[in-house]
Design a protein around this ligand. Structure first.
Ligand code: AMO
Length: 430
């Protein structure tokens, strides 16, 4: 008999079915045993009576296959249950489970949850996080494809860093020094100039972050895009506004059940306010007596400006634009009207930076000159620089951190909860 999913049982009332899944919960009532089976779609109750109620021996988290007839049962969630005629054990647990996965919440701490990740992911709420993440990425992909972007895959073993700083993991590449890519930054620009014009990539990025924080991972999923022949920053901001409108509508459409589990409502994405960093600085000083460190937004500044914008404009989103040259990487395009600033931006959402982006330098000589100012040797970047020698259009792009986005949407306390197998300073397994 072909398998029916637990979540679709009600379509089969009056018919014989087989469901397959894990024993979520067992309850005995006199001569009758009720087992709740859990599969990827949800839960279903099976009633075992007579001989079946006595054997086989079943414990929670046993992988089973249950056959029987579907009958109406008004008191059961879903309105029906299976009168079992057969139970086959596929595999039973060989040791006791580290924590229960059939309670409304896992009661273990985050360390233990991550240590036993395959167990914690059996909890429907833990898995729901990754359904939301998958649909956010699906929305990203669909919107960009519909707007004529092509998906690309660039190397993750690279010869140099792209984002400045010392956050690089070294790799011994057949005796030559190499690194894990911090970002597809140089390659996505090269591909714009190579003629693709509009590219996007969904791939891991690696950062040897110094600190263990609730917002940093050492490996994260970077949702990158890059676009050529645009006029300026406005094009990127309005593209991102439309992208977020699409992504959030897609998540709303596909993840109703998952959002309800977390009790969160997705905000409507309308026009996202745009504030220059200098304006943010003024607002924060005036409203909260807060000064910004080194012309950059610190976590407290991000939180406070989002709080202010929520109060004034009723939206949890804000674009912070025009960061100083000193706080952006070598490729960032200086603002021709104030050369100490860059045509760059971050998107903040509910108090946290979701992405960075901006216009890039497209003039060969300007880029080489900037490398000099950043203390970089242009010869080491010959592979990147080549495309700038042969007619590089004005271009720009941005990159969204998938785990940060998921964590903020679901209001998770720690980014690790939005990573299947997080890599942080302490954790290399599972
Ligand atoms: P940036 O370094 O700001 O920009 O990274 C872009 C976005 O990636 C996410 N992110 C991280 N998420 C988890 N853990 C980390 N350690 C981490 N580091 C970054 C954040 C961040 O906003 N090349 C540019 C992007 C561009 O200009 O196109 C870049 O990498 O959400």
């Amino acid at each position: 008999m072909s398998r029916v999913l637990c979540g679709e049982l009600e379509k089969h009332v009056g018919a014989p079915v087989t469901v397959k899944g894990w024993v979520h919960r067992i309850r005995s009532l006199g001569q009758v045993r009720f087992i709740i089976v859990r599969d990827r779609s949800g839960l279903a109750q099976a009633v075992l009576s007579g001989e079946l109620a006595r054997s086989p021996h079943l414990s929670c988290e046993t992988a089973v296959s249950v056959t029987g007839n579907v009958v109406e049962a008004p008191n059961v969630p879903g309105g029906c249950e299976i009168q079992a005629t057969g139970v086959v054990v596929e595999s039973a647990p060989v040791s006791s489970i580290p924590f229960e996965v059939n309670l409304p919440e896992i009661t273990a701490g985050l360390e233990k949850i991550l240590e036993h990740r395959v167990v914690s992911l059996r909890h429907p709420k833990s898995r729901a996080v990754f359904k939301v993440q998958a649909e956010a990425i699906e929305g990203f992909r669909r919107f960009l494809r519909a707007n004529d972007f092509i998906e690309v895959h660039t190397p993750k073993i690279v010869a140099s860093g792209t984002e400045g700083g010392a956050e690089l993991f070294s790799v011994d590449y057949f005796g030559k020094p190499a690194y894990l890519a911090q970002s597809p930054q140089f390659y996505k620009q090269m591909l714009v100039g190579a003629g693709f014009e509009r590219v996007f990539e969904v791939a891991p990025a690696y950062r040897a972050e110094e600190h263990n924080t609730s917002r940093h991972l050492n490996e994260f999923i970077s949702l990158d895009l890059e676009m050529g022949f645009i006029d300026g920053l406005e094009d990127l901001l309005s593209l991102e506004e439309r992208l977020f409108q699409y992504m959030f509508a897609h998540i709303r459409e596909t993840c109703g059940k998952e959002l309800a589990m977390f009790g969160v409502e997705l905000p409507q994405v309308t026009t996202i306010p745009r504030l220059k960093l200098s304006e943010i600085e003024t607002i924060l000083r005036r409203e909260y007596g807060k000064a910004l460190p080194n012309g950059n937004l610190d976590p407290e500044g991000e939180r406070l400006i989002c709080q202010y914008v929520e109060k004034e404009a009723g939206t949890p989103f804000v674009f912070a634009t025009h960061y100083p040259v000193t706080s952006r990487p070598v490729y960032a395009m200086p603002d021709p009207e104030s050369p100490d600033l860059t045509l760059s931006f971050d998107l903040l959402f509910k108090g946290l930076e979701m992405n960075s982006g901006g216009m890039r330098i497209n003039d060969y000589h300007q880029l080489v000159g900037n490398m000099g100012r950043f203390g970089l040797d242009p010869d080491s970047f010959a592979g990147y620089l080549e495309v700038f020698k042969y007619g590089m259009p004005r271009h720009g792009g941005f990159a969204i951190g998938a785990e940060r986005l998921t964590a903020r949407i679901l209001e998770l306390g720690n980014i690790r909860e939005a990573s299947l197998f997080p890599r942080d300073r302490e954790r290399l397994t599972p």
